[in-house]
Design a protein around this ligand. Sequence first.
Ligand SMILES: [Cu+2]
Length: 304
Amino acid sequence: MSILTRLPPRRAITRALPILRLAVIAAVLAASHARAAGAPRDWELGFRPPATPVMQRLEAFHDYLILPIIFAIATFVLGLLLYVIVRFSARRNPVPSRTTHNTVIEMTWTIVPVLILVIIAIPSFKLMYYMDAAEHPQMTVKVTGHQWYWSYEYPDQGKLSFDSNMVRDASLKPGQERLLTADNPLVVPANTTITVLVTSTDVIHSWFVPEFGVQEYAVPGRVNHAWFRIERPGTYYGQCNQLCGINHAYMPIEIRAVSKQDFQSWLKGAKQKFAEDAPKSGLRLAAVTTASGMSGGTSAAIRH
Ligand SMILES: [Cu+2]
Protein backbone atom coordinates (compact mmCIF):
# COMPACT_ATOMS: atom_id res chain seq x y z
CA MET A 1 0.00 0.00 0.00
CA SER A 2 1.35 3.40 -0.87
CA ILE A 3 1.75 6.18 1.69
CA LEU A 4 -0.88 8.34 0.03
CA THR A 5 -3.69 5.83 0.51
CA ARG A 6 -3.01 5.49 4.24
CA LEU A 7 -3.15 9.27 4.81
CA PRO A 8 -6.45 11.06 5.45
CA PRO A 9 -7.80 12.35 2.10
CA ARG A 10 -7.21 16.07 2.76
CA ARG A 11 -3.59 15.52 3.77
CA ALA A 12 -3.10 13.33 0.74
CA ILE A 13 -4.33 16.15 -1.47
CA THR A 14 -2.09 18.72 0.29
CA ARG A 15 0.88 16.41 -0.19
CA ALA A 16 0.07 15.81 -3.83
CA LEU A 17 -0.52 19.50 -4.63
CA PRO A 18 3.11 20.61 -5.11
CA ILE A 19 3.72 17.61 -7.38
CA LEU A 20 0.57 18.40 -9.33
CA ARG A 21 1.55 22.05 -9.60
CA LEU A 22 4.97 21.06 -10.90
CA ALA A 23 3.39 18.71 -13.42
CA VAL A 24 1.06 21.46 -14.67
CA ILE A 25 3.95 23.94 -14.98
CA ALA A 26 6.02 21.34 -16.85
CA ALA A 27 3.12 20.56 -19.18
CA VAL A 28 2.48 24.26 -19.91
CA LEU A 29 6.19 24.88 -20.49
CA ALA A 30 6.43 21.86 -22.76
CA ALA A 31 3.36 22.94 -24.70
CA SER A 32 4.58 26.52 -25.19
CA HIS A 33 8.04 25.24 -26.08
CA ALA A 34 6.57 22.86 -28.60
CA ARG A 35 4.66 25.68 -30.28
CA ALA A 36 7.67 27.99 -30.59
CA ALA A 37 8.47 28.88 -34.20
CA GLY A 38 11.69 27.88 -35.89
CA ALA A 39 13.36 24.52 -35.87
CA PRO A 40 12.15 21.46 -33.95
CA ARG A 41 13.51 20.93 -30.43
CA ASP A 42 14.01 17.82 -28.31
CA TRP A 43 10.99 16.36 -26.53
CA GLU A 44 8.39 18.11 -28.64
CA LEU A 45 5.02 16.52 -29.18
CA GLY A 46 2.54 16.95 -31.99
CA PHE A 47 2.79 18.96 -35.18
CA ARG A 48 4.89 22.06 -35.75
CA PRO A 49 2.79 25.22 -35.46
CA PRO A 50 0.98 25.57 -38.79
CA ALA A 51 2.10 28.41 -41.07
CA THR A 52 -0.34 27.87 -43.95
CA PRO A 53 -4.11 27.33 -44.29
CA VAL A 54 -3.39 23.79 -45.56
CA MET A 55 -1.49 22.86 -42.42
CA GLN A 56 -4.13 24.49 -40.21
CA ARG A 57 -6.74 22.24 -41.77
CA LEU A 58 -4.51 19.19 -41.57
CA GLU A 59 -3.92 19.83 -37.90
CA ALA A 60 -7.62 20.38 -37.20
CA PHE A 61 -8.46 17.18 -39.11
CA HIS A 62 -5.97 15.26 -36.96
CA ASP A 63 -6.78 16.87 -33.60
CA TYR A 64 -10.57 17.11 -33.78
CA LEU A 65 -11.55 14.15 -35.90
CA ILE A 66 -8.90 11.44 -36.10
CA LEU A 67 -7.55 11.59 -32.54
CA PRO A 68 -11.00 11.46 -30.85
CA ILE A 69 -11.93 8.46 -33.04
CA ILE A 70 -8.65 6.72 -32.18
CA PHE A 71 -9.19 7.35 -28.47
CA ALA A 72 -12.79 6.17 -28.58
CA ILE A 73 -11.90 2.94 -30.42
CA ALA A 74 -8.86 2.21 -28.26
CA THR A 75 -10.85 2.81 -25.05
CA PHE A 76 -13.73 0.63 -26.27
CA VAL A 77 -11.45 -2.25 -27.28
CA LEU A 78 -9.49 -2.02 -24.04
CA GLY A 79 -12.75 -2.06 -22.06
CA LEU A 80 -14.01 -5.11 -23.95
CA LEU A 81 -10.71 -6.88 -23.45
CA LEU A 82 -10.68 -6.24 -19.71
CA TYR A 83 -14.31 -7.34 -19.44
CA VAL A 84 -13.58 -10.60 -21.26
CA ILE A 85 -10.47 -11.27 -19.16
CA VAL A 86 -12.41 -10.85 -15.92
CA ARG A 87 -15.85 -12.19 -16.82
CA PHE A 88 -14.79 -15.19 -18.90
CA SER A 89 -11.71 -16.34 -17.02
CA ALA A 90 -11.42 -20.13 -16.53
CA ARG A 91 -12.31 -19.70 -12.85
CA ARG A 92 -15.54 -17.75 -13.43
CA ASN A 93 -16.56 -19.53 -16.60
CA PRO A 94 -15.40 -23.14 -16.36
CA VAL A 95 -17.71 -24.42 -19.12
CA PRO A 96 -17.33 -22.17 -22.19
CA SER A 97 -20.26 -21.55 -24.48
CA ARG A 98 -20.09 -23.14 -27.94
CA THR A 99 -22.05 -20.36 -29.70
CA THR A 100 -20.62 -19.59 -33.15
CA HIS A 101 -22.84 -17.10 -35.02
CA ASN A 102 -24.69 -14.03 -33.88
CA THR A 103 -26.29 -12.04 -36.69
CA VAL A 104 -26.76 -8.81 -34.73
CA ILE A 105 -23.15 -8.66 -33.55
CA GLU A 106 -21.78 -9.58 -36.98
CA MET A 107 -23.87 -6.89 -38.71
CA THR A 108 -22.80 -4.35 -36.09
CA TRP A 109 -19.08 -5.03 -36.37
CA THR A 110 -19.33 -4.71 -40.15
CA ILE A 111 -21.54 -1.64 -40.42
CA VAL A 112 -20.03 0.46 -37.59
CA PRO A 113 -16.46 0.40 -39.03
CA VAL A 114 -17.88 1.23 -42.48
CA LEU A 115 -19.68 4.24 -40.98
CA ILE A 116 -16.51 5.34 -39.18
CA LEU A 117 -14.56 5.16 -42.45
CA VAL A 118 -17.24 7.17 -44.26
CA ILE A 119 -17.16 9.81 -41.50
CA ILE A 120 -13.37 10.05 -41.97
CA ALA A 121 -13.44 9.85 -45.78
CA ILE A 122 -15.74 12.80 -46.50
CA PRO A 123 -13.64 15.55 -44.82
CA SER A 124 -10.48 13.72 -45.87
CA PHE A 125 -11.32 13.92 -49.59
CA LYS A 126 -12.42 17.54 -49.20
CA LEU A 127 -9.04 18.34 -47.65
CA MET A 128 -7.10 16.42 -50.30
CA TYR A 129 -8.78 18.40 -53.08
CA TYR A 130 -8.11 21.63 -51.18
CA MET A 131 -4.41 20.70 -50.81
CA ASP A 132 -4.05 19.66 -54.42
CA ALA A 133 -4.10 23.00 -56.23
CA ALA A 134 -4.38 26.63 -55.18
CA GLU A 135 -7.47 28.44 -56.43
CA HIS A 136 -5.81 31.70 -57.45
CA PRO A 137 -2.03 31.25 -57.37
CA GLN A 138 -0.12 34.53 -57.47
CA MET A 139 3.35 33.12 -58.02
CA THR A 140 5.20 29.92 -58.91
CA VAL A 141 8.47 28.49 -57.68
CA LYS A 142 10.08 25.41 -59.14
CA VAL A 143 11.98 23.04 -56.90
CA THR A 144 14.41 20.49 -58.30
CA GLY A 145 15.93 17.74 -56.19
CA HIS A 146 19.50 16.61 -56.80
CA GLN A 147 21.85 14.24 -55.06
CA TRP A 148 22.20 16.02 -52.59
CA TYR A 149 20.90 19.53 -52.69
CA TRP A 150 17.93 21.49 -53.95
CA SER A 151 17.76 24.09 -56.66
CA TYR A 152 15.10 26.77 -56.88
CA GLU A 153 13.75 28.65 -59.88
CA TYR A 154 11.44 31.64 -60.04
CA PRO A 155 9.79 31.44 -63.49
CA ASP A 156 7.63 34.54 -62.85
CA GLN A 157 10.61 36.67 -61.86
CA GLY A 158 12.77 36.30 -64.93
CA LYS A 159 15.70 33.94 -65.12
CA LEU A 160 16.33 33.65 -61.43
CA SER A 161 17.56 30.25 -60.28
CA PHE A 162 20.09 29.02 -57.76
CA ASP A 163 21.30 26.00 -55.82
CA SER A 164 20.66 25.57 -52.12
CA ASN A 165 23.24 23.52 -50.24
CA MET A 166 23.47 22.64 -46.57
CA VAL A 167 25.77 24.76 -44.42
CA ARG A 168 28.27 22.34 -42.90
CA ASP A 169 28.86 22.18 -39.12
CA ALA A 170 32.24 23.91 -39.37
CA SER A 171 30.75 26.90 -41.21
CA LEU A 172 27.68 27.41 -38.99
CA LYS A 173 27.29 30.88 -37.52
CA PRO A 174 25.79 31.34 -34.03
CA GLY A 175 22.03 30.86 -34.10
CA GLN A 176 22.05 28.82 -37.30
CA GLU A 177 20.36 25.45 -37.09
CA ARG A 178 22.61 22.45 -37.55
CA LEU A 179 21.60 20.20 -40.50
CA LEU A 180 18.77 22.60 -41.38
CA THR A 181 20.50 25.77 -42.54
CA ALA A 182 20.99 26.26 -46.27
CA ASP A 183 23.52 28.59 -47.88
CA ASN A 184 20.88 30.02 -50.23
CA PRO A 185 17.44 29.67 -48.68
CA LEU A 186 14.28 29.85 -50.75
CA VAL A 187 12.96 33.38 -50.20
CA VAL A 188 9.25 33.97 -50.80
CA PRO A 189 6.75 36.71 -50.00
CA ALA A 190 4.38 36.04 -47.09
CA ASN A 191 0.61 36.23 -47.59
CA THR A 192 0.99 35.22 -51.23
CA THR A 193 -0.50 32.09 -52.75
CA ILE A 194 2.42 30.20 -54.25
CA THR A 195 2.36 27.13 -56.44
CA VAL A 196 5.39 24.85 -56.07
CA LEU A 197 6.41 22.64 -58.94
CA VAL A 198 8.58 19.77 -57.77
CA THR A 199 10.83 17.58 -59.88
CA SER A 200 14.21 15.83 -59.76
CA THR A 201 17.21 15.22 -61.98
CA ASP A 202 18.47 11.92 -60.59
CA VAL A 203 16.56 9.82 -58.05
CA ILE A 204 13.29 10.31 -56.17
CA HIS A 205 13.51 12.96 -53.45
CA SER A 206 10.70 14.52 -51.47
CA TRP A 207 10.28 18.20 -50.66
CA PHE A 208 8.81 18.20 -47.17
CA VAL A 209 8.08 21.28 -45.08
CA PRO A 210 6.07 20.27 -42.00
CA GLU A 211 4.80 23.75 -41.10
CA PHE A 212 3.33 24.18 -44.60
CA GLY A 213 1.64 20.78 -44.79
CA VAL A 214 3.59 20.21 -48.02
CA GLN A 215 5.21 16.89 -48.82
CA GLU A 216 5.72 16.38 -52.50
CA TYR A 217 7.69 13.71 -54.31
CA ALA A 218 10.43 14.95 -56.63
CA VAL A 219 10.38 12.38 -59.43
CA PRO A 220 12.73 12.50 -62.45
CA GLY A 221 10.77 13.17 -65.64
CA ARG A 222 7.67 14.29 -63.83
CA VAL A 223 6.47 17.58 -62.33
CA ASN A 224 4.36 17.37 -59.20
CA HIS A 225 2.69 20.35 -57.64
CA ALA A 226 1.59 21.65 -54.28
CA TRP A 227 0.85 25.11 -52.91
CA PHE A 228 1.33 27.20 -49.82
CA ARG A 229 0.37 30.57 -48.49
CA ILE A 230 2.58 31.52 -45.55
CA GLU A 231 0.63 33.60 -43.09
CA ARG A 232 3.47 34.49 -40.71
CA PRO A 233 6.75 35.91 -42.01
CA GLY A 234 9.65 33.91 -40.61
CA THR A 235 12.12 31.13 -41.28
CA TYR A 236 10.88 27.61 -41.88
CA TYR A 237 12.76 24.37 -42.30
CA GLY A 238 12.19 21.09 -44.00
CA GLN A 239 14.11 18.06 -45.18
CA CYS A 240 14.19 15.60 -48.01
CA ASN A 241 12.05 12.74 -46.76
CA GLN A 242 12.50 10.13 -49.42
CA LEU A 243 15.64 8.03 -48.95
CA CYS A 244 17.77 9.20 -51.85
CA GLY A 245 21.32 8.06 -51.18
CA ILE A 246 24.24 8.51 -48.86
CA ASN A 247 23.74 12.25 -48.22
CA HIS A 248 19.97 12.08 -47.92
CA ALA A 249 20.13 13.67 -44.46
CA TYR A 250 22.22 16.59 -45.71
CA MET A 251 19.93 18.34 -48.15
CA PRO A 252 17.84 20.57 -45.91
CA ILE A 253 15.18 23.01 -47.02
CA GLU A 254 15.29 26.51 -45.60
CA ILE A 255 12.56 28.95 -46.50
CA ARG A 256 12.39 32.60 -45.58
CA ALA A 257 8.99 34.23 -45.79
CA VAL A 258 9.38 38.01 -45.93
CA SER A 259 7.07 40.96 -46.59
CA LYS A 260 6.24 41.75 -50.22
CA GLN A 261 8.47 44.85 -50.18
CA ASP A 262 11.39 42.91 -48.71
CA PHE A 263 10.88 40.23 -51.33
CA GLN A 264 11.17 42.81 -54.12
CA SER A 265 14.40 44.19 -52.73
CA TRP A 266 15.77 40.66 -52.18
CA LEU A 267 14.90 39.88 -55.82
CA LYS A 268 17.05 42.75 -57.10
CA GLY A 269 20.06 41.62 -55.10
CA ALA A 270 19.53 37.93 -55.85
CA LYS A 271 19.28 38.47 -59.62
CA GLN A 272 22.66 40.19 -59.58
CA LYS A 273 24.25 37.67 -57.23
CA PHE A 274 23.07 34.54 -59.03
CA ALA A 275 23.59 35.95 -62.53
CA GLU A 276 27.30 36.07 -61.67
CA ASP A 277 27.16 32.51 -60.30
CA ALA A 278 25.14 31.13 -63.21
CA PRO A 279 27.91 29.75 -65.46
CA LYS A 280 29.51 28.08 -62.45
CA SER A 281 26.31 26.36 -61.33
CA GLY A 282 25.74 25.10 -64.88
CA LEU A 283 29.09 23.33 -64.70
CA ARG A 284 28.30 21.95 -61.30
CA LEU A 285 25.00 20.54 -62.48
CA ALA A 286 26.69 18.70 -65.31
CA ALA A 287 29.29 17.32 -62.92
CA VAL A 288 26.65 16.05 -60.54
CA THR A 289 24.58 14.45 -63.26
CA THR A 290 27.63 12.48 -64.36
CA ALA A 291 28.48 11.62 -60.79
CA SER A 292 25.04 10.23 -59.97
CA GLY A 293 25.63 7.44 -62.41
CA MET A 294 28.80 6.51 -60.53
CA SER A 295 29.17 5.26 -56.99
CA GLY A 296 27.39 7.46 -54.43
CA GLY A 297 30.12 9.17 -52.44
CA THR A 298 32.14 10.70 -55.28
CA SER A 299 29.71 13.36 -56.48
CA ALA A 300 30.06 15.62 -53.44
CA ALA A 301 33.80 15.80 -54.09
CA ILE A 302 33.25 16.57 -57.76
CA ARG A 303 30.71 19.23 -56.92
CA HIS A 304 33.06 21.26 -54.72
CU1 LIG B 1 16.78 13.56 -51.35
